[in-house]
Design a protein. Structure first.
Length: 419
């Protein structure tokens, strides 16, 4: 128990600071602070972490007095595939670095940690099936959010492929200091509970909806170029997001003179694309520059959109949001943000995104990578109809309730009450 009466102390630890990690860190820290806890935040960029928390905390008085932040080394990338998870040495190293950073932060703050929470637990379990590691390195009760849990899609997975399950490192979750684990993808909870012997909690995929006081230059520029045409948008140009297929749809729309405009926003890493896909992208960029394509925004030199409010400004201007991801199994904040702004999505059928979108009718699903179906889906969504030409009737309200900050905060309060 903490050394100050009923005030709980949570150590929030994430060794990554890219993609969704800063936002998730800010959301979890803010929720723990709203629940009355003190937070020791350990992250690669404490200054940026403070900004994320400030943006999501809401009207909580004097929360800064219950927060201390310190730098956490990231550790090395995997031997096997260059990712941040995937070999036993670096996974153990992350536990070791976290333990050292936690003890130092406790000594400097004078706080004793009641609970360690990992917003991305995957980096701490892969290829490390030794349940004693948390005892050796942190020696504190711990929990976390498990994102890549899709090997649990079959209850027979453990018996049919025990080596794969061993490599995933799930056995580490059986550690006695871990009481429960959270997931965003709700489809495999029963199988996980059976295999791990721990409660598995479904977390909402929450999103922030704050808008900036003034429309940012990027939003103004894209809307000006759209010139009243319907706007189909994607923010974040990773290959898994189906960027190339959306480009093909945009080219088709130009050929057929549809009054649509396609926004491809965010940073572009040409090294992530195959030679064939890069040739298409390069051709499109050249035609945009030569004014041969006037229905596409694609800036290969664009920097990361600086704030969540700026992101929301652009996203909220979309008439259709693109979520037709490829080779992607998990939950996506794109659906949550689209529902919050009442924007229909075109998404890939199957997996978590397709399952969730079809359940709430907040868009239409297509076979993965299908340009023809994506084009047709956009036509239907702009007309407000489903595949049968009936009204789409999206249930944005139920989606927003299922993935609300209120539900998220209640889960955090319930978790704290156990320690």
């Amino acid at each position: 128990m903490s050394d100050s009466g009923n005030i709980k102390t949570v150590a929030l630890i994430d060794p990554l600071w890219a993609g969704h990690h800063p936002v998730y860190f800010g959301q979890f820290a803010s929720s723990f602070l709203r629940a009355g806890a003190r937070v020791i935040g350990l992250a690669p960029s404490p200054e940026a972490a403070k900004e994320e928390i400030t943006a999501s905390i809401g009207g909580v008085p004097n929360w800064e007095k219950r927060l201390t932040l310190a730098k956490l080394p990231t550790g090395g990338r995997s031997w096997f595939n260059g990712r941040f998870e995937g070999d036993p040495f670096h996974t153990y190293q992350r536990w070791h670095l976290a333990g050292n950073a936690l003890r130092k932060a406790e000594a400097e703050s004078g706080w004793t940690t009641d609970l360690v929470y990992f917003p991305y637990i995957d980096s701490y379990i892969r290829f490390l099936p030794f349940s004693a590691v948390p005892d050796i390195t942190i020696g504190r009760p711990w929990s976390g959010l498990y994102l890549r849990n899709h090997h649990h899609r079959s209850t027979n997975e453990a018996s049919s492929n025990p080596l794969r399950m061993l490599a995933k490192g799930d056995a580490l979750i059986r550690n006695s200091l871990c009481q429960e684990v959270g997931v965003l993808d709700e489809r495999f909870i029963a199988g996980m509970q059976d295999y791990l012997g721990k409660p598995i909690v479904h977390y909402p995929d929450i999103t922030r909806t704050q808008l900036p006081p003034e429309q940012p230059a990027l939003t103004k520029s894209i809307l000006q170029k759209a010139a009243g045409r319907k706007l189909i948008g994607l923010i974040g140009l990773e290959t898994r997001k189906g960027t190339v297929n959306m480009l093909r749809v945009a080219i088709k729309a130009h050929e057929l003179r549809r009054p649509w405009y396609f926004a491809f926003a965010g940073t572009f890493d040409r090294n992530a694309y195959s030679r064939r896909d890069l040739a298409l992208i390069t051709d499109v960029i050249g035609k945009i520059a030569a004014a041969e394509l006037d229905n596409i925004h694609f800036d290969p030199q664009a920097e990361r959109i600086p704030t969540e409010a700026d992101f929301n400004s652009l996203f909220s201007s979309f008439d259709v949001a693109w979520a037709a991801f490829e080779g992607f199994q998990g939950s996506s904040g794109t659906l949550s943000k689209a529902a919050a702004f009442r924007i229909p999505c075109v998404a890939t059928a199957g997996e978590c995104i397709g399952h969730r979108l079809e359940n709430f009718r907040t868009g239409l699903t297509i076979p993965e990578g299908s340009t023809e179906k994506a084009f047709a889906a956009i036509e239907h969504l702009l007309a407000g109809t489903n595949w049968n030409n009936d009204p789409l009737n999206p249930d944005f309200e139920s989606f927003n309730k299922a993935h609300s900050i209120e539900r998220f905060d209640q889960i955090i309060r319930d978790l704290l009450a156990k320690y």
